[in-house]
Design a protein around this ligand. Structure first.
Ligand SMILES: Nc1nc2c([nH]c(=O)n2[C@H]2C[C@H](O)[C@@H](COP(=O)(O)OP(=O)(O)OP(=O)(O)O)O2)c(=O)[nH]1
Length: 115
């Protein structure tokens, strides 16, 4: 859950974050999962699933979404954030950033197909 006081506070998002200059996207996600959730993921265990392309008022977000079925460690909110483990149809019950709404259906389908 996004922290209070910042942009889109309180909305539920997929774990991740911005790619640093010169950083490969998969490396950025591995880093963010380590920093935010304390889990270790190998880049080869990230499978591209779909992407979001959404114009917010002040920027355009192009965000790749990956499936990850293998990790080590137990996810914890290392930055004080609330966590939720949501599978399939439960995902629709969370208030999400506008860019994420079109991702719910492909994620739900991928979970059903065990991708
Ligand atoms: N991680 C993540 N970010 C998302 C999702 N949906 C969505 O619109 N975003 C946006 C929010 C941010 O503008 C950007 C992610 O960057 P971030 O999480 O590193 O940045 P932030 O706004 O929390 O903080 P800052 O670095 O700009 O201060 O993408 C999502 O599902 N997951």
């Amino acid at each position: 859950q996004r922290p209070p006081g910042g942009p889109m506070a309180g909305l539920w998002e997929f774990p991740g974050g911005k790619v640093d200059p010169g950083e490969v996207p998969e490396a950025a996600l591995v880093r963010e999962l380590r920093e935010e959730l304390g889990i270790e993921v190998k880049p080869e265990d990230l499978r591209p699933l779909t992407f979001a392309s959404h114009s917010y008022d002040s920027f355009h977000l192009l965000m790749p979404l990956y499936a990850c079925r293998k990790w080590s460690g137990e996810p914890r909110g290392l930055e004080g954030q609330q966590l939720a483990w949501a599978e399939g149809p439960e995902l629709t019950g969370y208030d999400m950033p506008a860019a994420d709404i079109p991702l719910v259906e492909p994620v739900t389908q991928a979970l059903q197909r065990h991708l």
